[in-house]
Design a protein around this ligand. Structure first.
Ligand code: WTA
Length: 652
């Protein structure tokens, strides 16, 4: 090796090491001491030397932190004058007021100008090897439909489509013209969906829904398959309509706090909530978390396999990666189609650098064995992410050891539809990642645990109700048409804090682990469902007097659905037929994943004297923890429990 003679070998070694170290760890996001490399806009923040002091700064100087990030990361039409105007106790949350921007410009135009050849979307279609890549200049890219789509600001559009470029195009088209996507006068759908080789009749579902929705004036239908569908008077061929439009569509200047989209999600009552996200804060938070949680570098291929209809797909298949000028994969298939090697064959073929999926799929795949993973080259992978539900240690270890060959950090990311983006997560740069723990708050996030008396727990280790102590730009602003419910659900349980509905444990080192919901919401294969929603549907059956749904621990799905049903007096002899009928009803009204795994018909449910169903008792019976049944003295009729125990033994 050639060495310049004036240097001592020590300087050579250290400077060379520094260069290698810096370039290597910059690529992998592990260079912790160089703030400029980590986050250019943080240079000059007082006292910030490294990642952990940056974290402290982002919480204690939240306005300066977010203002710098917003200026650096987003392109504004008009700069904001007020960074934040928030009062969590009143449910008032406003960020970047006075500012105007357009989300589609941030996700598309500004990157088209700098990098027109870059592939923005990779549509990984159901059949492996049939992917379609879309660069911003291509016909398949969102640009064309965006520029040719609809032009009424304030219009509302429901998008009911599988993951595909036209779905992304539709989302960005809405953003371009200032239409919130979800509640609607317009619906956009496809004729049929294709998943795991099976066709689903999406258009038929829309037809049935539109019959009950007089507000819907038009339905745009794109063709995913070649099979024609019956078109009604309201239906229009989407691609034909796009061709009729002018190709230039000026972006609407949107206020920071204008609505970007609504997503319906479950709460503890029977009625799903329309969670509202707005323009600037949401986009900034999605972009920043995408960049830092996964150590996303320019040129990387980001593979989030969530459905784009879920918040995970919104933030990490669409808005986050596109705002960062990245390449994102839209995954149309399932983890085991055509075989359990699908994800890893895709990783090899598309050279995916960050893979983001749900624990339920990991648990399923680990049962098929390591050979399905090892068959494929996964050397491009740098970060592995997990989302939607707790990941058990066995699944975490397997993901890390087998999928990531022990070399890729696994980030267990905790967040919710309401938080807009990831809030608690390890970062690849962290010195230590503990399996199954969400670990540390993201920039600007301050978690606290509340005890049963509503006081903040300060000691470690501790458990309690997880709240977030200060607002952040990505948080939901309200519930559509019901701000009261927003305040009641998130702001009132612990005034001054955002209540998440989850319980958490904090270790003596201060690391967080999410322990699960504190309310009657269950999580089946990563899908969040209110037990009351399922009960609502079951109770609609004319033979049913009442029902109670609980979640129970399930090997693969995380939680399964267990339903207790009390029939009306004259309906007792129809049990077998009824199970099928109830399953069909739940599948049709909610989704297949919400269908009960078990239906136990009982004479009565255990209730308190005031008539409240004692779910705690039902849970213990199903968990077979009869010693843990606890105090039954408040039960109206203790015999009900014995009956239920016997019925449960027969069924399972
Ligand atoms: C649960 C999904 C444990 C949690 C992004 C939360 C998790 C609900 C994790 C939100 C995780 C999500 N560990 N639990 N890493 N991520 N959850 O709105 O109970 O569909 O409240 O958003 O999922 O589900 P949602």
């Amino acid at each position: 090796m050639w060495l310049p003679c004036r240097c001592t070998s020590k300087t050579i070694v250290t400077s060379y090491a520094r260069r290698v170290f810096k370039s290597y760890f910059c690529v992998f996001g592990r260079w912790k001491c160089d703030v400029a490399a980590l986050m250019p806009e943080a240079v000059g923040f007082e006292g910030v030397k490294d990642c952990s002091s940056l974290q402290e700064f982002s919480v204690s100087n939240s306005a300066s932190f977010w203002a710098a990030a917003a200026r650096h990361r987003l392109s504004w039409i008009k700069p904001f004058h007020t960074v934040q105007d928030c009062d969590l106790s009143l449910g008032r949350i406003k960020w970047f007021e006075g500012g105007q921007l357009n989300v589609s410009v941030n996700c598309l135009d500004r990157h088209v100008d700098t990098c027109p050849e870059r592939v923005a979307l990779i549509w990984e279609r159901d059949e492996p090897g049939s992917e379609i890549k879309a660069a911003p200049g291509d016909d398949m890219s969102p640009r064309k439909p965006v520029e040719t789509a609809w032009r009424e600001k304030g219009d509302c559009v429901t998008i009911y489509m599988p993951p595909c470029p036209l779905a992304v195009a539709s989302m960005l088209a809405c953003a371009r013209i200032g239409a919130a996507h979800n509640v609607s006068s317009t619906v956009i759908t496809v004729n049929q969906g294709v998943r795991a080789g099976k066709v689903t009749e999406l258009k038929r579902t829309v037809d049935a829904a539109v019959k009950d929705c007089p507000s819907v004036q038009q339905v745009l239908v794109a063709m995913r398959t070649e099979n024609p569908v019956t078109m009604t008077a309201k239906d229009m061929d989407m691609e034909e309509e796009m061709l009729k439009e002018d190709v230039v569509c000026e972006p609407e200047a949107m206020d920071s706090e204008d609505v970007l989209f609504l997503l319906y999600t479950s709460g503890s009552t029977g009625k799903p909530k329309g969670v509202v996200h707005t323009q600037a804060g949401y986009l900034l938070y999605a972009a920043l978390t995408h960049r830092y949680v996964f150590s996303y570098q320019d040129g990387d291929v980001f593979g989030c396999v969530a459905d784009i209809g879920w918040i995970t797909g919104h933030s990490y298949s669409v808005y986050g990666p596109l705002a960062n000028g990245g390449t994102t994969v839209l995954f149309e298939s399932t983890p085991i189609y055509p075989d359990p090697g699908r994800y890893w064959e895709m990783v090899q073929r598309l050279k995916i650098n960050q893979f983001y999926g749900a624990p339920t799929a990991i648990r399923l795949l680990l049962k098929y064995g390591d050979q399905w993973v090892q068959k494929y080259d996964r050397s491009t992978l740098k970060t592995l992410g997990s989302v939607g539900e707790p990941i058990n240690t066995e699944a975490w270890e397997w993901y890390h050891r087998v999928v990531g060959d022990g070399r890729c950090p696994v980030v267990d990311t905790w967040w919710q539809t309401e938080t807009g983006g990831i809030c608690i997560t390890p970062r690849p740069s962290d010195p230590e990642i503990v399996p199954g723990m969400a670990m540390r708050p993201f920039f600007g996030i301050k978690p606290v645990l509340m005890d049963t008396e509503g006081k903040v727990v300060t000691s470690n280790p501790a458990s309690g109700a997880l709240c977030l102590a200060q607002p952040w730009p990505g948080m939901a602003r309200t519930i559509h048409n019901n701000h009261e419910r927003f305040i009641e659900t998130y702001c009132q349980p612990h005034p001054g804090y955002f209540f998440t509905g989850d319980g958490a444990y904090r270790s003596k080192e201060g690391y967080y682990q999410i322990t699960g919901r504190l309310d009657d919401v269950i999580n089946v294969s990563g899908h969040r469902i209110g037990t009351a929603e399922i009960e609502d549907v079951v109770n609609q059956c004319s033979a049913v007097a009442e029902s109670a749904v609980i979640g129970y621990s399930h090997d693969i799905k995380g939680q399964g659905v267990y339903t207790f049903v009390v029939l009306k007096k004259d309906a007792d002899d129809q049990e077998a037929d009824l199970s099928q009928q109830l399953n069909n009803m739940v599948s049709k009204n909610i989704a297949k994943y919400a269908c009960p795994d078990f239906i136990q018909f009982v004479q009565r449910l255990p209730k308190t004297r005031s008539g409240k169903i004692m779910r705690r008792v039902l849970r213990k019976v199903v968990e077979r923890d009869l010693d843990g049944l606890g105090d039954l003295s408040t039960l109206d009729d203790p015999a009900a429990v014995q009956e239920i125990i016997q019925g449960h033994r027969k069924l399972c």
